[in-house]
Design a protein around this ligand. Sequence first.
Ligand code: ATP
Length: 205
Amino acid sequence: MGTYILQNHTCGLNDSFKEEVKAFLSDEDKLHLLDDLTKVNPVTTTTVLKCLQARYTVDVFYTYAGCSLVAVNPFQPICRLYSPELMKEYHVALRPQELKPHIFAVAEQTYRNVESQIEPINQSIIVSGESGAGKTWTSRCLMKFYATVAASSTSPKGNETVERIEKRVLDSNPVMELILSKGCPTTLGSFENFSCPVDTVFLKG
Ligand SMILES: Nc1ncnc2c1ncn2[C@@H]1O[C@H](COP(=O)(O)OP(=O)(O)OP(=O)(O)O)[C@@H](O)[C@H]1O
């Protein structure tokens, strides 16, 4: 008897859950407006992927997932997404996290975290994803951001600095990937829980 009731109850739950998923997905025109995956309800692989797909369809490649940022590789150059003007917009914003989700918001917040401490504290940005997801691109973008907003304003050799930092990041990539894939504790911490390749951008306080 107990089992019978339990089965009925489970069936009821499943049905209403399926209805919720269906209702969520039926609002197709609004899916791309969800700029944070924590607003997706109910959370299933399908609802999350549909939301990212809807945003991708309208050329929106960044979405928050709480305090993390999900990036979808556009696999084509989108110049306006990485312009110096946009970097500046995030750099001068009162609350960068309130602008549209973007790697520059993460970059700026991390930069402020270093600056705002009485004793500056080192910061790292972990970029994870499968091969070809865009980790190198993102690391490069982050370094361009820092070089542009921080270095180029103080140095007369602005462009040279940007290129030098970028080159260093790219050159250090294979070493970092090897260290992190082995789960070795490094000065950046232990990354043994990561099951996919990881790139890291490290900001020294
Ligand atoms: N935001 C982006 N805009 C345009 N093209 C991108 C973007 N992100 C990645 N790409 C392109 O996608 C391809 C793969 O990106 P990338 O090399 O950064 O991946 P990865 O995650 O570092 O791969 P791997 O782990 O194999 O080194 C590259 O050709 C890159 O130019």
